[in-house]
Design a protein around this ligand. Structure first.
Ligand SMILES: C[S@@+](CC[C@H](N)C(=O)[O-])C[C@H]1O[C@@H](n2cnc3c(N)ncnc32)[C@H](O)[C@@H]1O
Length: 260
């Protein structure tokens, strides 16, 4: 994340507290079903903290990490409303000032596509997990087909100019393996919002602006219908497009005999 990205997230933090994409999702529910009981959770690039706060009543320690102070203020506000104890840490994913091997779960949702150095961030996430602990990623999914991936990327950058890259399931598997994490689940083509989201609403949430909204609509109108159906983008009766906010969920486990 650079300073323009940091400013952007500080400016739109309020919307993340109530956004229908972020407050909860089928993939977050799925993550809970895949995990055993965890007692300590680090929510990395937490935004308004929905992923970490979802472990209230389960984990005795929840730590929320984000470089945007206004996001951390939203976490504290939501935690106070719910009477949940949460520690907040202002930091980038690439360098996290927390002790190694201190969490049963490190979760990072809808954020890795912003990281300027994902391999470094992944090393940090792995470092923070206890031996036998988990690292979970939920993020926008890249496409194995280069043409579709390029279109997907173009649309994402129009929506959010700070978008770095959506990665494929294959890439995530390689990254987990390179960090010595055993992949216990890798599920793709998940939808963060059942029924999808109109491009208009998607752009509202991202504060993309009217020009970007128009550019996305125009670009989608220009592509082959087969491409849209591959990306599961549909059209409403008013002609507007609806996107699935398609994600993947990768859950990895650090070996119990790991030293770090
Ligand atoms: C879409 S929001 C995350 C939403 C949140 N994880 C959730 O599931 O509700 C993306 C977050 O990533 C954070 N971010 C961007 N670049 C980052 C980086 N390099 N390190 C850590 N956080 C970063 C932003 O400040 C922002 O809060």
């Amino acid at each position: 994340m650079n300073s323009s990205s940091s400013k952007r997230f500080n400016a739109i933090a309020g919307g993340y507290a109530s956004s229908e994409v972020h407050t909860g999702s089928p993939t977050l529910d799925r993550l809970h079903t895949l995990l055993p009981r965890v007692d300590s959770v680090c929510d990395l690039a937490c935004g308004a903290g929905h992923s970490g706060l979802g472990f209230a009543g389960i984990a005795s320690r929840i730590v929320a990490v984000d470089p945007a102070p206004n996001m951390l203020a939203q976490v504290q506000r939501l935690a106070a409303e719910r009477d949940v104890a949460v520690e907040t840490v202002e930091a980038f994913a690439e360098s996290i000032p927390l002790a190694s091997a201190s969490f049963d779960l490190v979760v990072c949702r809808l954020a890795a596509h912003h990281f300027s150095d994902l391999p470094k961030a992944m090393t940090e996430m792995t470092r923070l997990a206890k031996p036998g602990g988990y690292v979970a990623i939920i993020d926008m999914e890249g496409d194995e087909n280069p043409t579709l991936d390029a279109l997907n990327h173009e649309i994402e950058v129009l929506h959010d100019p700070t978008h770095v890259r959506s990665y494929t399931a294959m890439y995530w598997r390689e990254l987990f393996a390179a960090n010595g994490l055993k992949v216990e689940a890798c599920e793709n083509r998940c939808w963060e919002v059942p029924g999808g989201l109109t491009v208009k609403r998607w752009c509202e949430l991202g504060d993309s602006g009217a020009e970007a909204l128009q550019a996305i609509q125009d670009r989608l109108a220009s592509v082959l219908p087969e491409w849209l159906s591959e990306l599961e983008i549909t059209r409403d009766s008013d002609g507007g497009f609806r996107i699935p906010v398609r994600t993947l969920l990768v859950l990895g486990r650090k070996p119990s005999d790991s030293r770090a």
